[in-house]
Design a protein around this ligand. Structure first.
Ligand code: PHE
Length: 496
């Protein structure tokens, strides 16, 4: 059991983990710094007046574009995963993805108007689609099957993500808002460049596995009819998008709806392909079946967690007593509470998972997910109390809510990544990680439909209903872990 915990070689790495974890930790921290930095000022840059350095877009168009952009970035992870598994392998995908992302930020660093913005979006969607699932899969590849440090390793890795996310608005946001947007975007590009240097220097620590694709595409061996069909479908899709763009049919609304539909349809399609593929072995099929309820629970979790930037952001600005501490708290500060809490508590959880594993008492993945979802539900239920008492509410309620949902996040999000690397069929390793990342896109797609029900008047019902629904789904997962065979079978070995 404690084989790899006591192995002297691996214990000398990064907090008792393989040294490659440090490379991935810092690379992803810098990539997330560039991503969240860009996101912190993108909306303002889009709708700010031209004289103030912005693009002067209508604010509703800007909001819709930012939302769709976020979903598209995470959806692209499925395609990026495919390219990684079949063509590039994780190491090259991370490198090429990082270069594309850097080019995207550089486009925005130049004062070149809306054209540069759209070009940068293409770069960043493609780049993040390649990098994000690959680098997360590489974390899993550091651990042999059955290594009980895997959940703990992902929890440490997630701390890196949050460090980047916490620092980004403070640096890029401040520079962008107070000095010049392009300067802010330029600093995001520098952040990605630093990440690339860290990765290029440390990639030797990642082992051989990521240097080649798991399931190489042999285009010449694909039956001729299938090859022709693939090319025809590809050309038809590109032609349809080009025609829609040229004729002006490609409106923001159409793009939003198309991406929402894709966010649900792509995962369903992918699960079907994985379950039916001849490359998936019988044992792997059981694991995919076990993964399904976890995936659904994750979608429910993201529906709540992602509302931190929408409904709760509005609640912070409109219904919270921002002067409660004798000065006016900027409403945007609440966006950093989650990352801060995560950095403070994640190390404790990383240690906890390893300690429990040593005593052979590590909770199953399903139990951790269930706990995460229940706590997320409680973070919403908590807000019912102050909302009943009239406005404005004390800011500590909101802080408490963000802190709670973050406790849920620590138990679900890194554990989900870890489970993905453990349960994915080998031929689909990075694609399954792409699917995991798309669970966030699906959650955001669904929450886009729900957030309209929130208003200052309906706040108590809104928080109460969603909160209790999440608690119920979380408890249902616990029941499923007992009665649904694939889940029961695979969680018999919690992390191995
Ligand atoms: N904070 C996480 C990150 O940026 C959120 C996330 C989780 C995004 C899972 C995608 C998938 O990495």
């Amino acid at each position: 059991m404690a084989r790899s915990l006591t192995g002297t070689k691996s214990a000398r790495g990064f907090f008792g983990h393989p040294p490659g974890l440090a490379t991935l930790f810092f690379t992803e921290a810098w990539e997330r710094f560039s991503y969240y930095g860009m996101k912190a000022i993108l909306l303002y840059f889009m709708y700010d007046r031209v004289g103030e350095g912005g693009l002067g877009l209508p604010s509703d168009t800007a909001r819709a574009l930012v939302a769709v952009y976020g979903a598209a970035i995470y959806l692209a992870a499925i395609g990026g995963g495919w390219v990684t598994d079949r063509v590039l392998g994780t190491v090259r995908s991370t490198l090429y993805g990082g270069v594309l992302i850097m080019c995207g930020h550089l486009c925005l660093a130049l004062p070149a108007g809306a054209g540069a913005l759209y070009l940068s979006m293409v770069f960043i969607v493609l780049g993040t689609g390649l990098l994000k699932p690959s680098i997360s899969t590489s974390v899993g590849q550091l651990y042999p099957d059955g290594d009980e440090r895997r959940d703990s390793g992902f929890t440490i890795y997630y701390t890196g993500i949050s460090a980047g996310a916490l620092l980004a608005p403070l640096v890029v946001g401040t520079l962008g808002e107070n000095y010049d947007y392009h300067l802010g975007f330029g600093v995001a590009a520098v952040g990605m460049a630093v990440g690339l240097v860290v990765f290029a220097r440390g990639r030797g620590r990642l082992g051989e596995r990521g240097t080649r694709p798991e399931n190489p595409l042999r285009w010449r061996e694909v039956p001729a009819a299938r090859r022709r069909w693939s090319v025809a479908i590809g050309v038809a899709l590109c032609a349809a998008v080009a025609a829609a763009a040229l004729t002006g049919t490609l409106t923001a609304d159409l793009v939003i709806d198309a991406i929402s539909v894709l966010a649900i349809a792509l995962p369903v399609g992918y699960f079907t392909v994985m379950l039916r593929s001849p490359r998936t072995t019988a044992a792997e099929r059981t694991r995919v079946l076990a993964y399904l309820p976890l995936f659904l629970a994750a979608v429910c979790f993201w529906i709540i967690q992602e509302q931190g930037a929408t409904v709760l952001a509005e609640h912070a600005q409109e219904s919270t007593d921002l002067g409660a501490f004798g000065f006016t708290i900027p409403a945007s500060w609440f966006q950093s509470v989650g990352s801060l809490v995560l950095i403070l508590i994640a190390p404790a959880f990383a240690v906890l998972w390893v300690r429990l594993a040593r005593r052979e008492r590590q909770p199953s993945t399903a139990a951790k997910f269930s706990f995460g979802l229940v706590v997320a539900g409680l973070s919403y239920a908590l807000l019912v109390i102050p909302s009943l008492g009239g406005e404005p509410t004390h800011p500590l309620w909101l802080v408490g809510s963000f802190a709670l949902v973050t406790v849920g996040e620590v138990c679900l999000s890194p554990i989900g990544m870890s489970a993905t690397t453990r349960l994915a069929p080998a031929a689909f390793a990075t694609q399954t990680m792409g699917l995991w990342i798309a669970s966030s896109a699906a959650g955001q797609g669904i929450s886009a439909q729900i957030v309209g029900w929130y208003s200052r008047e309906t706040a108590p019902q809104y928080f109460g209903t969603i909160g209790l629904a999440a608690v119920a789904v979380g408890l249902l997962l616990l029941v499923a872990a007992k009665v649904y065979r694939p889940l029961r079978d695979t969680s018999a070995t919690p992390s191995g």
